[in-house]
Ligand binder design. Structure first.
Ligand SMILES: [Zn+2]
Ligand SMILES: [Zn+2]
Length: 223
């Protein structure tokens, strides 16, 4: 197969990723009310939005699922989210994970104050991801979805056979979360998150694409 083309789409403070190989998939849809931003990037990339066969959510936090309903309504695209966090998209449940650093706890305090105002447009999840993850070849992508809990219990990563990993909030790289690449400032279970990193390292990942901040080498995580 031809190498995958990776387009980063910043949607609010969250990166979403448009991946085109034989097929087209979208990873996350960012903060709510920004569908227009995503559509603009599809246009810029010369990809018809209707070609998208699957939206994979790295997890159910509100800043990753905000525009999914609009795309489902307009194109009938299928959606995938881990079974533990389906209610975020299906019922609009807002989850805020605890801060694991002093700065994370400080930011968490403010997100709790503001998240009451966030409204998620709800839609059904077609693929309930479980611990086994799934292969993406039927969507025309050489890669797989790997279950990587820790930031939240329903966190997954998309790993391409060519070595790129889209890890959601398993890592953060930059303002307002961190100064450089590394572990997230919010996590439900940090020891479990470290185990998930080990799992990704063993799959041969080379480059990490976090949802918040720029991509970086897996070597930064190994040290
Ligand atoms: Zn998150
Ligand atoms: Zn996030």
């Amino acid at each position: 197969m031809v190498p995958a083309m990776i387009h980063t789409i910043p949607v609010g403070f969250t990166n979403c990723f448009l991946i085109k190989q034989k097929g087209v998939i979208l990873i996350d849809t960012g903060v709510p009310n920004k569908a227009g931003t995503i559509k603009k990037y599809f246009k810029k990339a010369g990809i018809d939005i209707k070609e998208t066969s699957l939206i994979i959510h790295t997890h159910g936090h509100w800043d990753h699922i905000g525009n999914t309903q609009i795309f489902v309504k307009e194109t009938g695209v299928k959606t995938a989210l881990h079974q533990f966090e389906k209610s975020c998209l299906e019922d609009g449940t807002i989850l805020i994970p605890p801060g694991v650093t002093r700065w994370g706890r400080f930011l968490g305090y403010f997100s709790r104050l503001t998240s009451g105002r966030v409204k998620i447009k709800t839609v059904k999840v077609d693929i309930s991801i479980d611990d086994k993850g799934f292969d993406l070849s039927e969507y025309g992508i050489e890669g797989k979805v790997v279950y990587t809990p820790g930031h939240s219990s329903g966190s997954v990563s998309v790993v391409l056979d060519s070595g790129e990993a889209f890890v959601g909030d398993m890592a953060m790289n930059g303002f307002p979360f961190r100064k450089g690449p590394g572990l997230p400032v919010f996590a439900e279970d940090l020891p479990l998150l470290r185990k998930s990193w080990q799992k990704l390292i063993e799959t041969g990942v080379k480059t990490v694409f976090p949802s918040h901040g720029k991509p970086f080498s897996i070597e930064k995580i190994k040290v």
